[in-house]
Design a protein around this ligand. Sequence first.
Ligand SMILES: [Zn+2]
Length: 285
Amino acid sequence: MIHEIAPYVFHNEYKPRAPKPDDYIFIYGKNQVVLDCTDEKAPRAPTFADVERYNPKLTYLFRIDETAFFLLALKDLPAEGFTEADGYKPQPTFVFNMLQPRYMAFAGLTAAHIAGWYEKRHICGRCGATLVHSEVERKMDCPECHAEEFPQINPVVIVGVTDGDKLMLTRYANRPVTHFALIAGFAEIGESFEECVQREVREEVGLRVKNIRFYKSQPWAMSGSLLAGFYCDLDGDGTVTLQEDELSEGVWIPRGEIPVQDVGFALTAEMIERFRVGKENEPLN
Ligand SMILES: [Zn+2]
């Protein structure tokens, strides 16, 4: 999955340090990232060596091994040196999937998650004063009313509903993605993961479930989320009542007929594959 970057190690503790020449700089604003696209097939994030002469305003993000990653907000980008003539182009954040080495996809999307949060946290929501960066934690502080703003993570459940040898697979309505997915949804305030699993399954396909068991979690920066994957068993009648504004399809597929998909980056694909090969109840290593 995307966050599994071994042998590299992600260090997200907030311990800012001065940038070094080989550290990476993510230039981010309005859901876009500015990359060096001189080689269009291999876009790259600039390093501190590329931007140092402009004395840019940088925010420390995290490290992978000893390489640090810094944010340069698009609004603070120097006017010179970063135009299309210089090879730099704004790109949608899913371009990170193309970056090499592979851990750069995780680094880029995680940087975009944090950057998107910083971008929307300039003003105190309580008193309207300008927020300042905390020096000890990844948070923004209000110097007037002392409110604190921490990075926002939206919890989501991914649910593999099983009925013996069959798995409930879905397709989203109104989205270009056509491959199968699992039932999924954001947790609501006041709700446990287990209650969220029951509610999402009830809302999306009209089924009741039991024996809810946690499988694995995954940070998923594209929706600013932490995904929690669960398998559970059908409880009672398996007749599907589809929530048509959200799903175009919700079908029971026997294990032997589940199409083989590239597991790639996503927890959903891994959970479908794990059921396909009959290992959904085996303990993880
Ligand atoms: Zn305030």
